[in-house]
Design a protein. Structure first.
Length: 260
């Protein structure tokens, strides 16, 4: 859908993540380039394409332990008001008769975006699990819907998917409890994180950490509903439905942009 993002750039980012898991903590950009068997100039161009700038701190942002340094917010609050860009329904909504979808390139590799007449209802990332599995994931969620591939119906959302404001209209399809958890995630600022237990507290049931974790894992609109910002209490990553390399890249991407 967009020529702005190049999935080859994210392929290099994923390889950098794998390399950094076994590299020295003080590895330099040149060291990363050497480990990936590409030129330093190629790595610099990739980083500029991906993050908009180049920083000597790049290895730190993508390192396995980086999530421990992300500030935790205690200001997650949940409003009963859905907001002007959020439509909330259950799975019986007539709008689910037709769901439009298309595969797109994103800062985090290939993805599948889905929408109803009310807005984006699904966004899944394929770099680890593959496009076929991603499609199956969504068709299994809403088995009665008719899925229609359409570039035209998704084009209107292109500019707002990764604009930093998460302003694309969203159609949240789930139980009241799930929706409350997802709305709590929406209130975690970019460059920050919350623990699963913190989200449970703000969702109104501090003891429901496991149920909250399930709701977070069932979030259908990844990135726009930032489930990647939920961490374990010790600051470690926890899980991520589309793969941990995607979560690490998202956290690094946001942290870098929040500090530049």
């Amino acid at each position: 859908m967009s020529a702005k993002y190049n999935r080859h750039d994210f392929n290099i980012i994923q390889k950098a993540i794998d390399f950094l898991d076994t590299a020295d903590r003080d590895v330099t950009l040149s060291g990363v380039a050497h480990g990936l068997e590409i030129s330093p100039d190629k790595l610099m161009v990739t980083l500029k394409n991906w993050m908009g700038a180049v920083s000597d701190d790049f290895p730190q942002y993508l390192s396995l332990g980086f999530s421990h340094s992300i500030p935790l917010t205690t200001d997650v609050s949940v409003s009963d008001f859905a907001g002007p860009n959020i439509h909330v329904t259950d799975a019986h909504d007539a709008a689910l008769d037709k769901i439009f979808y298309n595969d797109i390139d994103t800062p985090f590799g290939p993805a599948l975006v889905l929408a109803t007449q009310h807005g984006i209802c699904g966004l899944g990332f394929c770099a680890e699990v593959g496009m076929d599995e991603t499609k199956h994931d969504f068709t299994a969620r809403w088995p009665k819907a008719k899925f229609i591939q359409s570039v035209e119906n998704l084009a209107q959302y292109e500019s707002s998917l990764f604009d930093g404001a998460h302003a694309a209209p969203k159609h949240l399809i789930g139980s009241p409890f799930y929706v409350k958890v997802w709305k709590a995630l929406l209130d975690i600022p970019m460059g920050h994180a919350s623990t699963y237990s913190g989200v449970a507290l703000k969702a109104g049931n501090a003891r429901a950490v496991r149920a909250v974790g399930t709701a977070i894992g069932k979030n259908p609109i990844s990135w726009l509903i930032p489930c990647h910002r939920a961490l374990r209490k010790d600051g470690s990553l926890g899980g991520y439905h589309w793969g941990l390399s995607i979560k690490r890249a998202m956290l690094a991407y946001e942290a870098f942009k929040a500090h530049t």
